[in-house]
Design a protein around this ligand. Sequence first.
Ligand code: ATP
Ligand code: PRP
Ligand code: MG
Length: 379
Amino acid sequence: LPLHTAVSVRSRSWCCYASLSVPQPQAKPQLLNGNPPSRPADRKEIRLGLPSKGRMSADTLELLKNCQLSVKQVNPRQYVAEIPQLSNLEVWFQRPKDIVRKLLSGDLDLGIVGLDTVSEHGQSNEDLIIVHEALEYGDCRLSLAIPQYGIFENVNSLEELAKMPQWTEDKPLRVATGFTYLGPKFMKESGLKHVTFSTADGALEAAPAMGIADAILDLVSSGTTLKENNLKEIKGGVVLESQAVLIASRKSMIQRKGVLETTHEMLERLEAHLRAIGQFTVTANMRGSSAEEVAERILSQPSLAGLQGPTVSPVFCKRDGKVTADYYAIVICVPKKALYKSIQQLRAIGGSGVLISPLTYIFDEETPRWRQLLSELGL
Ligand SMILES: Nc1ncnc2c1ncn2[C@@H]1O[C@H](COP(=O)(O)OP(=O)(O)OP(=O)(O)O)[C@@H](O)[C@H]1O
Ligand SMILES: O=P(O)(O)OC[C@H]1O[C@H](OP(=O)(O)OP(=O)(O)O)[C@H](O)[C@@H]1O
Ligand SMILES: [Mg+2]
């Protein structure tokens, strides 16, 4: 019977193809390196999802470029690209929420999106792992906001909002939000009983003035949009602080060849770069009688200790036929914020010819996040 069934189904489908007299337009598969796309289960390539547009997109490409992981995209409307530094990796440009969905469905292995998107669309799914939780861009918060006017004029906290007599079972607080998972969860955890939600894709700040909602729950960064729409945040109303994060599928890291290694390389470069962007390398010359004496002078200044103490090297010159070292070259790392104070302190102890250079990477002996990831994966 199985054989018979197989044959008959096959012949039926042959018939079906034969009856199509008009050639059908076929969706042209997107080719990467000349290869047709493979099915999720048997694909060999590693896939990284990056935001295709919106405010995260340019900053994500910029960060990767600064980590020497430039994305090679043929043109902005092509959704597939590569990072030549990472072999066997495909980059797919997708909307942030689709990146999270596709990580869960196994169609992507890694992704960069805002923490808000992971929390909303990942819904604490165990397969999603946040590999780097602070990529230092896309900063915003998911926050509850209410009108500055009318019955809300003297309401400044979530507690006060909850206590307002206006909210009853028949007439609940109406909240407009795009965060239909996190919103109700937050309100429930905050003990607000009489609440209903409505949703929209954008421009939520208009909802209270339009009479559609009493409050909104949306992303805030500078606060300008709220202010321009006569809305205010309230104490205790922040659901989540968000910034860009690197996420990965647990299943992919464990099962798909090469995903864990690629995650490690990306993590190392990201950590080393993000550590470096806060620092400058400072080199200077100092007159001194010995390297130790120069080092002592440097270490007497609070802003000049560097990451692991100063490097001091003799600068040799020939005088009266003899090779001597009257000067020493010093190299230290200085936090960008403390740069001017450091220069003043260097000058005060006799530093001259001060050169400042940006740093690309600071590699530690070991990356703490990598250890954490391995333990989370049980490896
Ligand atoms: N005002 C903001 N300031 C900083 N980061 C923000 C701000 N708004 C959003 N973000 C971050 O950028 C991510 C992408 O937001 P963006 O508005 O580009 O796309 P989206 O809202 O997901 O889609 P769309 O608005 O096109 O429907 C958000 O998930 C969040 O992490
Ligand atoms: O605090 P601010 O700096 O003013 O930023 C907050 C605004 O930015 C986002 O909107 P976006 O620009 O993405 O428009 P959208 O509503 O169409 O998503 C967010 O939804 C807020 O409306
Ligand atoms: Mg938006």
